[in-house]
Design a protein around this ligand. Structure first.
Ligand code: HEM
Ligand code: NAG
Ligand code: NAG
Length: 323
């Protein structure tokens, strides 16, 4: 009897140790992370981001996309912000980013404001996550509580950027598995694609679709887009709004467009062409509040992808270079 209860105490003790170990080992992000170390961090970032967006409204879109492209490559670790150097092959040279991803300078500027008040405390990865939220709010989109405590990488991975960032040519199946690999559901994927309610795309990303005469595109919409997107590669960089109705306002018109075959990219339209995501698209087109709350939770989930925490990584002094 006695030895049995000793055994029990021992087992309980080991169990507690394991719990303690797993708790310290897998540090969690928390919205109060900077409350004592840098209480004005969030307002400082917000001021900086609002100023940038009031100068150029498209920057809201660019910052949201930058956070997405950061999180899909070795987690949300600000790897996308690193310039080329002797040790870094910049992710900016990946196909989805080159001459396309924007907003690095805005994050750099927010970082230098934050460094003035709390040097060496707030990570670039967190600044980018907060910037994406502030950007959404600035253009009428949803708000959410940003979890904090991410640290910055000392590496970048251009090969992973090439393989893991989704292509505008992707089929629905490819999009689903691409997001599933990052722990995001079909519903998350559709909600997050609603970011295409704002921002611009270059002609080369939608040329095939508008010249295809396919049955999944509205003919009038195609001919309008053809006017500013010639077959000639000279027009490759010409811009068109991802949401033709309200390109500067974050709303659910993107989903209404898809139901009218007016998605700009193939990867947009495949979300509503008779597949498993049709019902989600029509739900979001009917209910802006459902879209809004699903988008917010999906952004939090995306921001949780493989963060560096605890003592891993570093707090960069400058976002474009490792310390
Ligand atoms: C589902 C797979 C996705 C694909 C294939 C895709 C593809 C693209 C492409 C090709 C562009 C235009 C880039 C250019 O022409 O330079 C773009 C723009 C954009 N994407 Fe996505 N995207 C996807 C999902 C997302 C997600 C999940 C987000 C954010 C959570 C997002 C946010 C944006 C924004 C805001 C823009 C406009 C950027 C600007 O104007 O600077 N996209 N996307
Ligand atoms: C699409 O239709 C237009 C006219 O409606 C025609 O000029 C063009 O050749 C067609 N393209 C294809 C790929 O069939
Ligand atoms: C990184 O590149 C940008 C754009 O070329 C430049 O403005 C910035 O100063 C660079 N950062 C560093 C640390 O050299």
């Amino acid at each position: 009897m006695a030895s049995q209860s000793h055994e029990c105490v021992f087992v309980a003790f080991i169990f507690m140790l394991l719990l303690l170990f797993s708790a310290t080992c897998k540090a969690q992000l928390s919205s109060s992370f900077y409350d004592t170390a840098c209480p004005n961090a969030l307002t400082t970032i917000r001021t900086s981001i609002r100023t940038a967006i009031s100068r150029e409204r498209r920057m809201a879109a660019s910052l949201i996309r930058l956070h997405f492209h950061d999180c899909f490559v070795q987690g949300c670790d600000a790897s996308i912000l690193l310039n080329d150097s002797s040790t870094i092959n910049s992710e900016m040279d990946a196909v989805g980013n080159r001459d396309s991803a924007r907003g690095h300078n805005i994050v750099d500027a927010a970082k230098s404001e934050v460094e003035k008040i709390c040097p060496g405390v707030v990570s670039c990865a967190d600044i980018l996550a907060v910037a994406a939220r502030d950007a959404s709010v600035a253009v009428g989109g949803p708000s959410w509580t940003v979890k904090l405590g991410r640290r910055d990488s000392t590496t970048a991975n251009v090969d992973q950027a090439n393989s893991d960032l989704p292509s505008f040519r992707a089929s629905l199946g490819e999009l689903i598995s691409n997001f599933d690999r990052k722990g995001l559901s079909e519903r998350d994927m559709v909600a997050l694609s609603g970011s295409h309610s704002i921002g611009q795309a270059q002609c080369f990303t939608f040329r095939d679709r508008i010249y295809d005469n396919a049955s999944d595109i509205d003919a009038g919409f195609a001919s309008t887009r053809i006017r500013s997107c010639p077959t000639n590669t000279d027009g490759d960089a010409n811009l068109a709004p991802l949401d033709l109705v309200t390109p500067n306002q974050f709303d659910n018109n993107y989903f209404k467009n898809l139901m009218r075959k007016k998605g700009l990219l193939q990867s947009d339209q495949v979300l509503f062409t008779g597949g498993s995501t049709d019902s989600i698209v029509s739900e979001y087109s009917r209910s802006p509040t459902t879209f809004s709350s699903d988008f917010a939770s999906a952004m939090v989930k995306m921001g949780d992808i493989e963060p560096l925490t605890g003592t891993t990584g570093q707090i960069r002094r400058i976002c474009s270079a490792v310390n």
